[in-house]
Design a protein around this ligand. Structure first.
Ligand code: OGA
Ligand code: MN
Length: 283
């Protein structure tokens, strides 16, 4: 029997790492229990030294829930697989500064434009630039707790509109295809959500978050901007500096994340393997 994995907290208030444990084989009960507990406690989990195939990543992700498909289209119009690659490579397979997926450079929580957004996202390093290309995470639970009492009272019970189309427009990205638009009507989510497993309250924001339901649109947008500026300020942010073999997964219910540049994306390759586990409707 393999020993259960051990986790060492990362500096910065959230996140933990584990070295010396191979995730490519099915987990026994002890390992599964330890990993689920570490995920809920630390919310960002880094396993060093992994090289999971797509099938093995799907199998590992399935311990946490349903591994989700994508509505996102590739440049050739086909849909992305459930376990897929994200990279800075163009259709010719070469590094491209202006690569297909650019929205990830903005703070977001995955799939918040859906009625039932993501629970977890998993990323595994396949090819990394010599330096840079970190992924940043921001702690929405601590950010909420640190708000003045009056602000917390003011925003409790507010609902925000999350929209894929708004994101594309506000980030100057290409417009939605008719199929993408049909699949993503705007949705309402609480601005402060309660974690279904820990009961903790978190801000629920990000690049899809357009305005506040029932509030003047400009006023709501300004409120969201101010909350997000607070929540993504240095005390709440941890940057994951990728190492070869890293497999990272995080809780989208209480963290925001974004990709960063910091490397020459027209010269160096950055390729990650990704899977997403479906969550529950935010409350
Ligand atoms: C994602 C994402 C960030 C990165 O895969 O959902 O936002 O650093 N990735 O590539
Ligand atoms: Mn993302």
């Amino acid at each position: 029997m393999t020993a259960a994995p051990a986790f060492v907290p990362l500096p910065g208030g959230f996140g933990a790492e584990c070295a010396g444990f191979d995730l490519s084989r099915p987990l026994d009960d002890a390992a599964r229990t330890a990993i689920l507990a570490a995920f809920l406690r630390h919310r960002l989990v880094v396993f060093r030294g992994q090289s999971l195939s797509a099938d093995a990543m799907r199998g590992f992700a399935a311990n946490f829930g349903e591994v989700e498909g994508n509505i996102f289209r590739k440049p050739d119009g086909s849909t992305l697989e459930d376990v897929h690659v994200i990279s800075n490579l163009g259709t010719d397979g070469l590094p491209d500064e202006d690569s297909y997926i650019k929205s990830n450079y903005n703070w977001h929580t995955d799939k918040s434009y859906l009625p039932v957004p993501a629970l977890m996202t998993l990323l595994q390093a396949i090819e990394l630039p010599p330096s840079g290309g970190d992924t940043e995470f921001a702690d929405m639970t601590r950010a909420h707790a640190a708000l003045p009492e009056a602000t917390r009272r003011r925003i409790a019970g507010l609902k925000a509109v999350h929209s894929f189309e708004y994101m594309r427009a506000s980030t100057n990205d290409r417009p939605l295809t008719p199929a993408e638009r049909a699949a993503t009507p705007p949705v309402l989510h609480p601005l402060v959500r309660t974690h279904p497993e820990t009961g903790e309250k978190s801000l629920y924001l990000g690049m899809y978050c357009s305005h506040v339901d029932g509030m003047d649109e400009a006023e709501g947008r300004e409120l969201i901007r101010a909350l997000q500026a607070h929540a993504t300020s240095a005390p709440f942010v941890h940057a994951h500096v990728w190492r070869p073999g890293d497999l990272v997964f995080w809780d989208n219910r209480c963290l925001l994340h974004r990709a960063t540049r910091g490397y020459d994306a027209s010269r160096h390759r950055r390729v990650l393997q990704r899977a997403v586990v479906k969550g529950t409707a935010p409350r």
